[in-house]
Ligand binder design. Structure first.
Ligand SMILES: NC(=O)c1ccc[n+]([C@@H]2O[C@H](COP(=O)([O-])OP(=O)(O)OC[C@H]3O[C@@H](n4cnc5c(N)ncnc54)[C@H](O)[C@@H]3O)[C@@H](O)[C@H]2O)c1
Ligand SMILES: CC(C)CCC[C@@H](C)[C@H]1CC[C@H]2C3=C(CC[C@]12C)[C@@]1(C)CC[C@H](O)[C@@H](C(=O)O)[C@@H]1CC3
Length: 345
């Protein structure tokens, strides 16, 4: 009689492993002695110990090949928020995540760790020290957030101790660090176009930004604590730097570190938000004729002008989480890693 080989607990797959967070996670997993399969729509690097599977996560057969003999899966793939493409977000984040869950169950995967986002509870109003039991946003500001909510619900609902399939979701906020393709590059691009002179609102709003290595640390802790008798099964966990900072101080530190001037002039929040909404509607109406992407989207303005920081108490208690890199050190390492984005480079 053929016996089913139980996948090695040190064999894992990272869906979205070619991306910013995914690659940092892969590097940490290799350091910790895991062998890693990366499944991604693109291959962006090569590393000893990593097997690449190029494919779309909406394709179950392609996924099944990558999940063979894998016991632990990290799902950190998503279209970029800036794409603002509703159909793409629904296909990848919702239908694709359903496919990931089915493929994991069929392949005998035991643990699935989802990269969700703290923004699943954010709808433009202030959040101060928000806990995981805040309700999901009823009116999410953009399609990205709308589909991240559905994605998280699907993954957490799929947790089934009887069947031996355990799930958990990590909710980071504002990830930054070396190789980040959005926060620092968009910020510098905006500064180079002379649009980072303004502070939206009074500039005192506190926000969480999370150095990528802390996000990775949270994922690894979650994977290693995910056991049938652990309290973390089927739950979401905030993972941040646990050092809320003024949004505009963080932006200024990065800009000044790269040789640009810090924003100085204040603009009223409601005015900028209204304009951003108008521009977004205009871009939607004109989309069949011309394509333009406004820099100041309603979501970016809301993120820039409100308080939104989250409690990591649950992660500290259940996972023993503690950030491994401080905000100051994270900013310094990030700034240093972008010589090509320095002023005048
Ligand atoms: N960057 C942040 O600030 C932030 C904050 C909170 C949560 N997150 C979440 O973290 C995860 C990783 O984000 P990131 O910043 O590393 O983004 P990223 O764009 O660098 O990485 C995403 C990866 O997913 C891959 N991908 C996209 N569609 C795919 C598909 N159909 N099939 C297979 N692969 C596909 C991309 O090729 C890319 O390599 C995402 O789920 C994102 O929602 C990011
Ligand atoms: C144009 C200016 C007002 C601001 C320029 C900087 C912005 C590009 C970034 C500042 C905060 C960032 C951020 C994200 C994208 C880039 C910023 C808007 C996310 C929306 C990316 C997706 C994540 O899931 C969100 C999260 O929940 O952490 C990010 C929130 C912060």
């Amino acid at each position: 009689m053929a016996t089913r080989v139980r996948p090695s607990s040190k064999r894992c797959a990272v869906i979205g492993g070619s991306g910013f967070l995914g690659r940092h996670l892969v590097e940490k997993l290799l350091d910790r002695g895991y062998s890693v399969s990366v499944f991604d729509i693109r291959q962006s690097y090569e590393l000893p110990g990593v097997t690449f599977h190029q494919g779309d996560l909406c394709n179950k057969q392609a996924l099944l090949l990558a999940l063979k003999d894998v016991s632990l899966v990290f799902h950190c793939a998503s279209p970029a928020p800036a794409s603002d493409d509703r159909a793409l977000f629904e296909r990848v984040n919702i239908q694709g995540t359903q496919t990931v869950i089915q493929a994991c169950i069929e392949a005998g995967v035991q643990k699935l760790v989802l990269t969700s986002s703290a923004s699943v509870v954010f709808e433009g109003a202030d959040i101060k020290n928000g806990r995981e039991d805040l309700p999901y946003a009823k009116n999410p500001i953009d399609y990205y957030t709308e589909t991240k909510i559905e994605q998280e619900k699907l993954v957490l609902k799929a947790c089934d101790k009887q069947k031996g399939f355990l799930t958990v979701a990590i909710r980071p906020h504002g990830i930054f660090g070396p190789r980040d393709p959005q926060l620092v590059p968009i910020l510098v691009d905006t500064a180079r176009r002379g649009k980072m002179k303004f502070i939206i609102g009074d500039g005192t709003n506190l926000v969480d930004f999370t150095f990528v290595e802390n996000v990775v640390h949270g994922h690894v802790l979650a994977a290693e604590h995910l056991k049938p008798d652990s309290p973390i099964c089927g739950k979401p966990y905030h993972i941040t730097n646990d050092e809320p900072v003024r949004f505009w101080d963080f932006m200024s530190d990065v800009l000044v570190g790269l040789g640009y001037a810090a924003p100085r002039y204040h603009l009223p929040y409601t005015l900028v938000y209204g304009l951003a909404l108008l521009l977004w509607l205009l871009s939607l109406i004109l989309r069949p004729l011309i394509s333009f992407k406004p820099t100041f989207t309603p979501m970016r303005v809301a993120l820039a002008g409100t308080h939104h920081y989250y409690s990591c108490k649950r992660a500290k208690e259940d996972l023993g989480y503690k950030p491994v890199v401080s905000l100051k050190e994270g900013i310094a390492r990030t700034v240093q890693s972008y010589p090509h984005l320095r002023h005048g480079a």
